[in-house]
Structure formats: structure tokens, C-alpha cells
Design a binder for this molecule. Structure first.
Ligand SMILES: O=C(O)CCC(=O)C(=O)O
Length: 492
């Protein structure tokens, strides 16, 4: 009887932690449960850490048939459930998002950034810090442990599996790793006050104090060295006091608005040519001048977008990039997305899209690569890169499609709830474009003299909430000589 009661208590306390959907729309839209990085973490955590516990309790000798059924259900789906490395993956996404958008642990843990966000429990917040330690990302570990400390109820010794002293130990260790010696000393003093016989804390205190002394001595000298290093790193052609990575982050955060003088030169109009657009003209907007980027609103219909996504979904695979030195395909941390390719002969809709993009750009689509459909999940991004091969890179595009990638056509197949903007990092301020379902953007990667347009380096910002779908068409140089005429001008 006692055994049965203990088991039921455990199951009940698990149930208390499960957040039921708060509204009917949340029930109807299961994607909303995982379109927020913290909710995705909660769900993966539950499946990898908590369900195995439930499974253990449902297998107990005293279990009723219904519990045994639950056990066998979990067993049946085991292979399709997330694993420990998925937790790590979801955490890497959270840390990336925190980094790019300067989000504090508090904001994310409160779950208040989206309508469906759920707050995290103290144990979950601790778990994130713990995972950060495992990934040796002490900066984040420190942030998340500090957040647990901020929420810790006065006088409590233990919450769930976590006790106060262990929390302080983890916190001081991450502070030490982050060279925050003063805080590490402060928190170690607290440990020693609560547990004067704690030998590890005693030893740590000595280490932290010595490290602080050394830091104070070296501080001035190090600062000067850092400043010099920073100056050296700056790229030759920059547009302000920031490096390319700084600019990528600043643009993603919305800290680089376009100047009024640039905005005044942009325009929008209706395009009636070629004849296909006479009855339904294209809504064209110039988004930027250097490079010239146009957006065509509503260029794709909703049902077309939905179909492209649904035929792509089953074939999505992790995206590759071309190694700039060897030209070979490889996985890279600077591109986190999944993609697949659609060919014009495979589907009438794809063939129609090729024709429409040819009409929009005026380019010969026989020299285009197939349609590359990309899906970015939580924290998915693509760091600054060129679409074509530049003069200093391996020539990867010479023969197969007919020369280098002269132009890019990017179709937005979804809106993105938060994040996921497209930004151009090597040009004037304001080259920041928001995904809009059904819209298409287009620019030339090469100047008319055939050389790289350095201002076309661009990136996809990390997705914070929701999913981002885009489709790319890269059109090549050959066959375009009468459609985009060459110039000998070295600057154009
Ligand atoms: O996701 C974006 O906004 C940019 C994507 C991109 O640059 C690419 O796929 O080459």
C-alpha cells in the first residue's frame, strides 16, 4: 500500500509540472508548443528525462493495466522520441538566440515573449545552466545559475532534486571560469557560512583570491592589448566602427536603421511587363540601393507556398556549404538549416515558378540551379556569406550550371514570428529585410564587369520564435549576355 502511495505521489508531482495548453487555439496548433525555444526545451526535457521516470513507475508490480499500457506505448515510440543530444541541440539554439538578440535568462525563463510561452520551473532553469557547463559554455551557465539564485525562495534549503549549496557551488565554478572572481568569492563566502566544514569551498576560496589578485595586476596591461587586437581585426572595407560579426548582430537586433537620405531615394511601383503581368501587375518595392535589392510582394499565392512546403518536407536534410578553399561540400556551424532541391521537370508548379522568376528577373532560367527549399527551425541561421564564388575562393560554379552565380532570387515561404531577418552586412545601414510570406527578393551578386559585388555579403538572422521557410534560385552567368549586358567599368 505504502509503495503504491509513493508511486502515485511521484506521478502526481510529474503531472503538476505538465503545462496543459491554455487555450483552444493552442490545442489546435500543436506547432505553437514547440515554436518557442523554451517550450521546445521543456518538451524535449520531458521526453528525455521525465518520461523514463514515468515509465519506471508504470512498470511497478502494483501497476494497473492502464499504466502498463502507458509503459508499452512509450516503449513503442522510443525510437522516434528525442534523445540527450537533442537537448544539447535545443540548448545551443537558445544560447545562440541569447547571444544574437541580447536576451537575458530572465526574459526567456519567464516565457513572456510570446503569447503561448510557459514559464520555466527553478529545476528547469538549473538544468539549462547544467547543460551549459557540459557544453563548456560558462558564460551562459553563469547567467542561468544566477537566475536560479534570483528566484530561490528565502530560507529554502532544497527544491526538488536541487539543494541550495550545490547551486552555489555550480554558480561559483562558472563565475570562476568566466573570470568573475569577486562574485565567485562572495558566493563561496556564503557557502562557508552555511557549511563551515565545506573543504572544497575552502580550497576554492584560496584559488579564487589568488586569481583575483593576478587579475588586478594584469588588468590594465590586458585591456590595452585587447584594444590593439580589436583594431587589427577590423576588415578593410567597413561601414562604421564595427566588424562584420558585430554588424550582423546589430542588424539582427534592429540597431542599424536606414538613413533618411537613403530611404528617400527608394521607390515602389507596379510592373506590367512582360505581358503575363498585364492583368495582375507585380507589386515591386526597391528595398535597397547598394546593392540594388527588389522585393516583389504577393509574387506567390498561398496555395503555391503551401504546396512547395508540403512536397519538400519529407526530403529535408541538414544543409551543406561549399568549403571556400577546396570547393567541396561540407557541414558547417555557420549554417544551421535543413534543405531539399526541387526540379522544374518534377512538378508543374515548380516549372511555373521557374517561368515566373524568369519573367520577374528578365534572366534566362535555363542557366538556373534547381529550387533550393530551406527550413530554419529554432535558432536556425546562416552567417554572413556570398552566394557566388569570389575571386579568392575555389571556383565551384564554373561548368555545371554555366559560370558563376550572377543573381539570387529568394522566395519567402513564411512570415517569422520573431527573428529570421535577411541582412546585408557589408554595406550602408538599413539593409535589413523582414520575411513576408509570398514575397520574393532579387539581387545581382556580380557587377556588370563580371567581378564580385562585395556589398552582397548577406546572412539569415537566427529564428527566435516560429519557423522560417525560404526557397532560393541561383541563376548563372552563361546565356545572360543579351539580358544583362557587360561593362568594362571597373566599378560597375
Ligand atoms: O535566410 C536568409 O534570409 C538568407 C539565406 C541565404 O542567404 C541563403 O540561403 O543563401
Amino acid at each position: 500500500m505504502r509503495e503504491e502511495e509513493a508511486r502515485l505521489d511521484k506521478l502526481e508531482s510529474f503531472l503538476d509540472q505538465v503545462d496543459p495548453p491554455r487555450s483552444e487555439s493552442e490545442w489546435r496548433d500543436p506547432d505553437s508548443k514547440v515554436s518557442n525555444p523554451m517550450d521546445a526545451f521543456k518538451m524535449i526535457h520531458r521526453m528525455t528525462k521525465e518520461w523514463p521516470q514515468i515509465q519506471k513507475h508504470s512498470k511497478a508490480k502494483t501497476s494497473k493495466n492502464s499504466m502498463l499500457a502507458l509503459y508499452s506505448d512509450i516503449e513503442r515510440f522510443k525510437d522516434t522520441l528525442p534523445e540527450d543530444n537533442d537537448i544539447e541541440g535545443s540548448m545551443r539554439a537558445v544560447f545562440r538566440v541569447q547571444d544574437t538578440y541580447n536576451l537575458t535568462a530572465k526574459v526567456l525563463a519567464d516565457g513572456s515573449l510570446t503569447k503561448f510561452g510557459h514559464p520555466l520551473t527553478i529545476e528547469e532553469i538549473f538544468e539549462i545552466g547544467f547543460i551549459a557547463v557540459g557544453l563548456e559554455k560558462y558564460q551562459y551557465a553563469q547567467m542561468w545559475f544566477q537566475e536560479v539564485l534570483n528566484r530561490w525562495p528565502r530560507g529554502a534549503k532544497q527544491i526538488g532534486f536541487l539543494d541550495y549549496i550545490s547551486l552555489l557551488e555550480y554558480l561559483t565554478w562558472s563565475e570562476f571560469k568566466e573570470e568573475m572572481y569577486e562574485s565567485a568569492i562572495k558566493h563561496t563566502k556564503l557557502i562557508l557560512k552555511l557549511d563551515p566544514s565545506n573543504k572544497a569551498a575552502d580550497t576554492n576560496m584560496q584559488v579564487f583570491k589568488e586569481a583575483l589578485e593576478e587579475q588586478n595586476e594584469k588588468d590594465k596591461e590586458r585591456k590595452e592589448r585587447k584594444e590593439k587586437k580589436k583594431k587589427k581585426k577590423r576588415p578593410k572595407e567597413d561601414f562604421g566602427p564595427f566588424t562584420m560579426t558585430d554588424r550582423y548582430y546589430r542588424q539582427c537586433q534592429g540597431n542599424e536603421p536606414m538613413s533618411d537620405s537613403m530611404r528617400r531615394t527608394l521607390f515602389c511601383d507596379l510592373v506590367h511587363t512582360p505581358a503575363r503581368f498585364v492583368l495582375k501587375p507585380l507589386k515591386r518595392e526597391q528595398l535597397f540601393r547598394e546593392p540594388v535589392v527588389y522585393m516583389y510582394h504577393n509574387a506567390l499565392l498561398d496555395h503555391e507556398v503551401d504546396r512547395i512546403i508540403s512536397i519538400s518536407k519529407p526530403n529535408l536534410k541538414r544543409s551543406h556549404v561549399h568549403n571556400p578553399e577546396t570547393g567541396k561540400l561540407m557541414y558547417a556551424d555557420y549554417r544551421v538549416a535543413k534543405n531539399t532541391w526541387l526540379f522544374d521537370e518534377q512538378d508543374e508548379l515548380v516549372a511555373n515558378l521557374f517561368q515566373r522568376m524568369g519573367d520577374i528577373t528578365g534572366l534566362d532560367m535555363r542557366y538556373s540551379e534547381p529550387l533550393q527549399v530551406n527550413n530554419y527551425g529554432l535558432g536556425g541561421y546562416y552567417e554572413p556569406h556570398f552566394d557566388h564564388s569570389t575571386e579568392e575562393q575555389a571556383k565551384v560554379f564554373t561548368s555545371k550550371w554555366g559560370g558563376n552565380r550572377i543573381a539570387t532570387v529568394m522566395m519567402y515561404l513564411s512570415d517569422v514570428e520573431y527573428g529570421g531577418k535577411t541582412v546585408f552586412t557589408d554595406t550602408h545601414k538599413g539593409a535589413v529585410f523582414t520575411p513576408e510570406k509570398g514575397a520574393v527578393i532579387h539581387w545581382y551578386n556580380l557587377l556588370r564587369n563580371g567581378r564580385t559585388d562585395r556589398k552582397t555579403r548577406h546572412a539569415g538572422c537566427p529564428v527566435v520564435f516560429g519557423q522560417k521557410w525560404i526557397a532560393n534560385l541561383w541563376i548563372h552567368e552563361d546565356g545572360q549576355m543579351f539580358r544583362r549586358k557587360c561593362l568594362l567599368d571597373p566599378y560597375k
